[in-house]
Design a protein around this ligand. Structure first.
Ligand code: ADP
Ligand code: MG
Length: 351
């Protein structure tokens, strides 16, 4: 939308030059894109009957990212992963990307190109094409909104509402790494105000956890595989923390769950981190958001096939609980065999 009040971008960023450069660097010809960047809107074709899956995310400087701890490529990468992960959690294949950007006074075209470098690095392995966007100036910080469009064969989409009593609950990969990485980034640096136990924590583990925070993996292959083989009855990606995201499945499916806390998959680095900082590993795994792992449910008769097929594909999956009737609520079984109700501890923006 054109602004009549003042130029949309500051004089040091030339909007049309910027868009032309983004177009040259990042858009690739592909038969399904009839019109990409360069017209009033993008035009794509899709195979007849396929379901279209759409997601959008808005990231705000100071709320979702902090330029003191993340670089522009990292911010772009994470923003793309958040959207790719939403498409993955639907069992769909991500295909197209649109990017809306508001650039603060301090922003330069170098910043923008770095941001796109990160976004496209996350998209490239999945062949996701940049097909458009919008650009504006911002009187505040950076605003970044991504829209990803994906496709899934009809009736193969995975919803939060599909969990059934008796289903087992699984998660991909390991959880808690991203929160541990974020906390490490926010700790005082050596030389500043050294953390009393920093020295006991290995650089390798530290780098792994920070990498999991800044460069998470969207489980696109896993999501598509879960839907294509009809392994999953429901799915969600872990963006707000295991306990909150599991709650979403329970609410949408109108079921309860028993979560086996002793089974939660923690990486060796995460275990080393909680030991070094004397933290509760379960608390970290339950509340840590932004791992972008998939949380899904599987009917008992599918579990053996799922587990065998996962080994063949090299996918890491862990069974962490079982679906119960709604009245059971959300309960956790401790490694010592004690049961308790799980508190609602997910991340909320407005609290
Ligand atoms: P309009 O005034 O119709 O919104 P623009 O000049 O904003 O047109 O956009 C021209 C073309 O550039 C469009 O194809 C649009 O999708 C694309 N575009 C604009 N900003 C971006 C951006 N930040 N990233 C990618 N494509 C963009
Ligand atoms: Mg525009």
């Amino acid at each position: 939308m054109a602004s009549t009040v003042r130029p949309k971008t500051r004089s040091t960023i030339h909007e049309f030059d910027l868009i032309r450069t983004l177009h040259q660097r990042h858009s690739r010809r592909t038969p399904s894109v009839i019109q990409g960047i360069g017209d009033d809107a993008a035009v794509i074709t899709s195979r007849a009957g396929q379901w279209t899956v759409l997601t959008t995310d808005l990231l705000t400087e100071g709320v979702h990212f902090d330029l003191r701890t993340a670089t522009m490529p990292d911010i772009g990468f994470r923003a793309a992963v958040a959207n790719l992960s939403d498409i993955a959690a639907m069992g769909a294949t991500p295909q197209y990307l649109l990017v809306a950007l508001a650039i603060p006074r301090t922003g330069t075209s170098l910043h923008v190109h770095q941001l796109y470098r990160g976004m496209m690095a996350a998209c490239r392995p999945h062949h996701v094409r940049l097909i458009g966007g919008d650009t504006s100036a911002s009187n505040g910080g950076w605003f970044l909104s991504l829209t990803v469009i994906g496709m899934v064969p009809p009736r193969k989409a995975l919803f939060r509402s599909g969990a059934r009593i008796g289903d087992y609950v699984y998660v991909t990969g390991t959880i808690g790494d991203s929160l541990a990485g974020l906390r490490l980034l926010n700790e005082p640096q050596p030389g500043e105000h050294r953390h009393p136990r920093t020295a006991r924590f290995s650089t390798r583990h530290r780098q792994f956890l920070i990498g999991r925070h800044l460069r998470p993996t969207a489980r696109v292959e896993e999501g598509r595989w879960l839907s294509a083989h009809r392994f999953a009855t429901s799915a969600i990606d872990i963006s707000d923390g295991l306990s909150g995201d599991l709650r979403h499945i329970c609410e949408e499916s109108h079921v309860g769950v028993e979560l086996d806390l002793g089974a939660l998959p923690l990486s060796p680095a995460c275990r080393a981190y909680v030991a070094a900082r004397r933290l509760d590993p379960v608390g970290l795994a339950l509340t840590g958001g932004e791992d972008y792992e998939l949380l899904f449910t599987v009917s008992p008769r599918q579990c053996p096939r799922l587990e065998q097929a996962a080994i063949k594909r090299g996918f890491s999956l862990t069974c962490i609980g079982r679906i119960h009737p709604f009245r059971f609520g959300i309960q956790a079984l401790s490694p010592q065999g004690k049961r308790h109700r799980l508190a609602n501890t997910s991340y909320e923006h407005f609290t």
